[in-house]
Write a protein that binds this ligand. Structure first.
Ligand code: NAP
Length: 294
């Protein structure tokens, strides 16, 4: 059981595997997502998560809470030279700020709000293929990487056609593609393409925002009771064993603990097959071919 003493937090943090990326950087496989938490509310949640042992926070300009994240990093000392290297911070560029100059300006604002000298990963949030500016944006990202202000470059919601286009126009594959991925929406074609090209897959909405906890007419609940864990832990463990990076969101301390406590049990091949079989044709979020977030 995960506690909140410094020792317990260090042990919990050490239990989380690090995934090596195609640029040589290493990302903790479990992070905390902070979508739909207000700027005023996010700092205490992140401070609690850091005290429990989370060492990876997934934010975005579009979540309108980077100021709150910055306050949490300052309050917990994770922006100091001593502790900064122990924390992975991701943020994302707003779609409306894609483009070379606008991305550089946005980054200056974002890093100020975060009260950091660098971010571990900066991501293009949506490909917006109907208004494609990702190649120009990528040039700005490369400049930020060259300056040491960003360590790793990633994208979100890119389908193989968008990854191919970015590669053709920039000569680079991103290190990470963050996509909607959970038992009822497995996107196997996108995952296979990413694996083939050395791009790490990061699952957002890893529990379909909670909807998959009841998926398959009790399938998840049955596996959970067999291991004496919660349905959330079953789904998150399935992702972990698939090699996927996950960023579950919760504002509740007990759930934050559960969502990090994934390393004391293992799923059987039959249990994997049962969860694999839940794949379905309906996403919980938006279609990257047509959607723009902000
Ligand atoms: N790149 C993108 O376009 C994109 C899009 C969507 C999301 N994301 C990222 O992915 C993160 C996670 O996705 P998400 O927030 O959409 O969905 P999610 O993590 O699948 O689910 C979050 C929901 O599940 C509940 N929950 C969390 N832990 C639980 C547990 N142990 N037991 C029962 N319920 C639990 C949470 O409620 P409580 O908070 O009340 O506990 C919340 O309602 C986001 O925060 C964001 O960082 C990225």
């Amino acid at each position: 059981m995960i506690g909140t003493s410094d020792l317990a937090a260090a042990a919990a943090a050490a239990s989380v595997p690090q995934i090596e990326l195609n640029d040589g950087n290493r990302i903790p496989q479990v992070g905390l997502g902070v979508l739909r938490i207000d700027d005023d509310d996010v700092a205490p949640v992140v401070e609690t998560a850091l005290a429990i042992g989370y060492r990876h926070i997934d934010g975005a300009a579009g979540y309108n809470n980077e100021g709150g994240l910055g306050r949490a990093f300052a309050e917990s000392g994770f922006n100091t030279e001593q502790k900064r290297g122990k924390l992975w911070v991701t943020t994302k560029l707003r779609d409306s700020e894609q483009g070379y100059d606008s991305a550089l300006e946005a980054f200056d604002r974002q890093i100020g709000l975060l009260q950091l000298d660098y971010v571990d990963m900066y991501m293009i949030h949506w490909p917006t293929p109907f208004d494609w500016r990702s190649a120009d944006t990528w040039k700005a990202f490369v400049k930020l990487r060259d300056e040491g202000r960003v360590k790793t470059l990633g994208v979100c919601n890119f389908l193989p056609e968008h990854l191919e286009r970015l590669h053709q126009e920039t000569g680079e594959w991103p290190a990470v593609n963050q996509i909607e991925l959970h038992p009822t929406w497995q996107q196997r074609d996108v995952v296979a393409f990413c694996k083939e090209h050395g791009i790490a897959v990061e699952a957002y909405s890893p529990m379909a925002r909670g909807a998959d906890l009841n998926a398959g007419d009790g399938v998840i609940a049955k596996i959970a009771s067999a291991h004496n864990v919660s349905p959330a832990q079953v789904i998150l463990r399935w992702h972990i064993e698939n090699g996927t990076i996950i960023i579950p969101k919760s504002v509740h301390t007990e759930r934050l603990k559960q969502n990090l406590d994934l390393f004391g049990f293992a799923l059987t091949l039959e249990e994997h097959a049962a969860i694999d079989a839940l794949d379905g044709p309906k996403r919980a979020g938006h279609d990257p071919r047509t959607f723009s977030y902000s």
